[in-house]
Write a protein that binds this ligand. Structure first.
Ligand code: B12
Ligand code: SF4
Length: 446
């Protein structure tokens, strides 16, 4: 190999590197960049510095994806409301999939704009694909919602989707990471477009949105994401258990098998998104709701509530009761748990996601968990009349104290080991009001 230092490429790059960094990636004018992002296809855009306090939870993940990131470009892509509102799932799913593709394309174009100005930039996916090696932990590179809120693109409504002041919640979000600086950044908008009408509460087929704002993650994930990660794993587990075609036929209808095929062939189908479909907030979409509320309910909310369809629930969950009580046209389909922790830290973190406030409304109890063996961890879990608190470490007086070998506990959660067996072999020790362990099991489903 000849002397690399004399190669034309290396000489050019060295010359560039010797320029002061400020001149290479100078501070970009916000108005210019805003216009460039709109031309790239964004329907609205905002900018926020990574060091803003409300983004503290995102910083580590973002910096490991693109070291040196200083600014986040947050943008929205509009969706077509009547498509999202259609009871025909194929119509809504096409809209979601195309809008997701569009969001990813806009991200790439914004990256190109930034790169052409000498900046480094990166476009994490709008939704999927995600980092499945981290599953069931946090598998997304950046959480777009807090970034969009910090950049001033909207606020999260009762249903936890971001509502844009004009476009309502009929938007998908994208975030571009860059090491460039911008001349001005956005601030959160000073009101929440959410009307507190609670139509999202009424429309969600699994009652995932409570009127007080609690979001039942496992209810939404089990039904809406039946043909995604956890639901798909449950389906394959059923196949692998090899109980024969008759048993398969009892568990799954032909329509459900065809739906799984469709998800695999054309992109996974969301089963609901009804919270988003019925949301009337936002200047451009609120008209029909303001003009004639009854007509809006009849045209948009009722058809979704009255649609006959299977609704997937974990047995014993709040969702199972809600579907049967509120939606007589729908059919309850009991499925296996869709989240299976692979570490005790994952187990502790997943508790808020699988908590069932309805099942816990009369419960008053405090549990101490101490894990040893392959993983060491301590946690205090308090359930007080439908409210859950999970803290690291052991705090206060516990009604029940659980000391367990980490691997055995995970085996028990995954139903590979029986509790009685583990207690007999002293791999799990339960002290105090031991009967409360049944109550504990009742409060967490998913
Ligand atoms: C995880 C996720 C989900 C989860 C959790 C939903 C949620 N409320 O966050 C599930 C699978 C249930 C889900 C469902 C849906 N999602 Co989603 N989802 C995401 C994802 C990947 C991250 C969400 C996030 O930022 N969470 C963190 C914080 C900020 O949100 P949060 O509400 O405060 O936190 C809740 C959950 O995230 C969860 N949680 C907290 N920590 C952890 C850790 C782990 C490991 C897990 C699994 C969950 C979890 O508990 C919190 C309280 O309930 C983003 C894409 C992305 N990369 O950002 C899309 C995103 C939020 N989803 C979106 C959409 C469209 C949907 C659906 C409508 C899908 C559909 N087509 O049916 C439903 C709506 C459900 C709802 N009402 O929220 C859009 C929202 C657009 C908007 N206008 O806001 C996003 C932004 C994708 C996009 N690029 O546009 N989603
Ligand atoms: S449906 Fe009503 S309560 Fe729910 S988020 Fe939209 S405006 Fe808020």
């Amino acid at each position: 190999m000849r002397n690399l230092a004399e190669h034309p490429t290396v000489r050019k790059v060295k010359a560039l590197e010797s320029e002061p960094p400020g001149e290479r990636t100078s501070v970009l004018d916000t108005e210019w960049l805003r216009q460039a992002c709109l031309e790239a296809g964004a329907d609205d855009v905002g900018f926020v510095r990574l060091d803003r306090p409300e983004l503290a939870g995102e910083r580590e993940g973002i910096l490991s994806a693109l070291p040196g990131t200083r600014t986040l470009v947050a943008f929205v892509v509009r969706m077509n409301p009547p498509s999202i509102q259609s009871p025909a799932r194929s119509v809504a799913n096409l809209e979601f999939h195309h809008a997701t593709d569009e969001t990813n394309e806009v991200s790439r174009r914004i990256v190109q704009v930034l790169t052409s100005r000498g900046a480094r930039a990166m476009a994490p996916a709008s939704g999927f694909p995600m980092e499945m090696d981290r599953y069931p932990g946090r598998s997304w590179v950046v959480a777009h919602k807090p970034v969009a809120v910090a950049a001033g693109l909207g606020q999260m409504g009762l249903h936890r989707n971001v509502i844009h002041p004009r476009f309502g919640n009929f938007i998908l979000l994208g975030t571009v990471l860059t090491d460039a600086e911008v001349s001005a950044e956005g601030q959160p908008i000073d009101y929440n477009p959410c009307l507190d009408c609670k139509l999202c509460v009424a429309a969600c087929p699994v009652g995932a949105i409570s009127p007080e704002g609690h979001f039942n993650f496992s209810a939404c994930y089990t039904h809406n994401y039946r043909e995604f990660m956890g639901g798909f794993a449950d389906w394959t587990a059923q196949l692998a258990s090899g109980r024969g075609t008759e048993e398969y036929g009892r568990r799954f209808s032909d329509s459900e098998t065809a739906s799984m095929w469709q998800s695999l062939a054309f992109g996974p189908s969301y089963k609901a998104a009804y919270c988003m479909a019925v949301c009337p907030a936002g200047e451009d979409v609120i008209g029909p709701f303001l003009r004639e509320r009854k007509k809006f309910l009849d045209a948009v909310v009722r058809p979704l509530q009255d649609k006959p369809e299977p609704v997937y629930v974990v047995p014993g969950s709040d969702a199972e009761e809600i579907v049967a009580k509120r939606f007589p046209a729908k059919t309850v389909r009991r499925v296996g748990q869709s989240r299976r922790p692979t570490s005790v830290i994952g187990f502790i973190r997943s508790l808020p996601l699988v908590f069932q406030p309805g099942r816990a409304k009369d419960v008053e109890a405090c549990f101490h968990f101490r894990f040893h063996g392959a993983e060491q961890a301590e946690a205090t879990v308090e359930i007080r009349r439908g409210k859950l608190t999970v803290k690291q470490g052991l705090h206060g007086d516990a009604d029940v104290r659980v000391t367990a070998d980490a691997g055995t506990w995970l085996g028990f959660l995954r139903r590979e080991k029986r509790l009685g067996w583990a207690v007999l072999r002293r791999r799990i020790r339960i002290e105090g009001r031991t009967a409360l362990m049944r109550t504990f099991a009742r409060c967490f489903r998913g």
